[in-house]
Design a protein around this ligand. Structure first.
Ligand code: CP
Length: 332
């Protein structure tokens, strides 16, 4: 049984095949009805969502299936995932029971659980989703975990391919941007994995101290080496943005400021000139962001409203790529 936890669990050829399947579903050249019809997806959210929840429900309903949504600590019990703890606090149920029980009710399980942003080593272990995977008896889908958002990454790959044609050899720039609070690194990780897997040159621009996960960077470097493309990391945003075929913007927190909100806030303020505007964009570049986006903090109104901005297309493609992933998992 295969899960969908990390893009790194699949090789770029398999990911490219999923993008092809998603394009066929979107165009109506194929249907996922045979795979999804009458099947049930159970989604467990530890964190809020607009796109992820709705696009998964839509994918299941469009192809004759059904989706159940549980919000941990809201309409479902708070869940413990650590082994061997005395559960005398807030957590009423353990993942060891919850994961196999939910597996019995449906055909697929999906979990969203953000990084805690307290300890980078703890986040890198992705312990909550790994615990669900250990005890699930049906395929498990990562709807964004501490380390990756592979559903977003695959939708981003599809969007680049739709807009630019063959992405191989094109220039993908990921730019950090300021925010009002520290955010996880899952989206930037998946964005660069998708770009590397698609055969693009990858440049990552962030201020000093905002380094991404070393294991993810190693995987990106390996995929770029296989594709004959280059990976660069720079602290000079302006120097790289205007040459990009794709400018992908995302905020994330600095690990050195975890547990130090005033220092993080000061760092965001000091780098307020990293907010992306139309002057960052080349004439034919694509502007991408996973959404939700804070206007005039992360990206300006003018840039988000520009014809080069494809954020709504990215969000739509979540539906089609997830339908392709579900189809693949259900077909074994
Ligand atoms: N991009 C994304 O995952 O959106 P939501 O957080 O709204 O699901």
């Amino acid at each position: 049984m295969r899960h969908w936890l990390s893009m790194g669990d699949y090789d770029p050829a398999e990911l490219a095949a999923l993008v092809r399947d998603a394009c066929a579903l979107k165009s109506g050249r194929s249907s996922a009805q045979d795979a999804i019809g009458d099947r049930i997806l159970t989604m467990v959210f530890f964190n809020p969502s607009l796109r992820t929840r709705t696009s998964f429900e839509s994918a299941m309903l469009r192809f004759g299936g059904h989706a159940i949504c549980l919000n941990v600590g809201g309409d479902a019990w708070k869940l413990e995932h650590r082994d061997g703890v005395v559960m005398d606090g807030d957590f009423a149920e353990h993942v060891r029971e919850a994961s196999p029980v939910l597996s019995r009710y449906g055909d697929l399980l999906a979990v969203r659980t953000f990084a805690r942003l307290h300890d980078a080593r703890e986040d890198a272990q992705d312990a909550v989703i790994r615990s669900f995977a250990q005890y699930a008896t049906v395929p498990l889908i990562n709807m964004e975990s501490a380390v990756e958002h592979p559903c977003q990454g695959l939708a981003d790959w599809m969007t680049v391919q739709e807009k630019l044609g063959d992405p191989r050899g094109k220039r993908f720039v990921l730019s950090w941007a300021p925010h009002v609070k520290p955010l996880p690194m899952a989206v930037p990780h998946s964005a660069i994995l998708a770009a590397a897997g698609a055969g693009m040159h990858v440049t990552i621009a962030h201020p000093p101290g905002y380094d991404l996960n070393a294991g993810v960077l190693d995987r990106v470097s390996a995929w770029c080496a296989d594709a004959g493309t280059q990976v660069d990391v720079t602290t000079e945003q302006r120097a790289v943005c205007r040459d990009a075929d794709v400018l992908y913007v995302k905020s994330w927190g600095a690990t050195q400021h975890y547990n130090d909100a005033p220092a993080q806030t000061e760092s965001f303020a000091r780098h307020s000139d990293w907010t992306v505007g139309t002057d960052h964009l080349g004439r034919n570049a694509l502007l991408m962001h996973c959404l939700p986006v804070r206007r005039n903090v992360v990206i300006t109104d003018a840039a988000l409203d520009d014809t080069r901005c494809v954020v709504v297309d990215q969000a739509e493609n979540r539906l089609w790529t997830q339908a392709a992933i579900i189809q693949r998992l259900l077909n074994g």
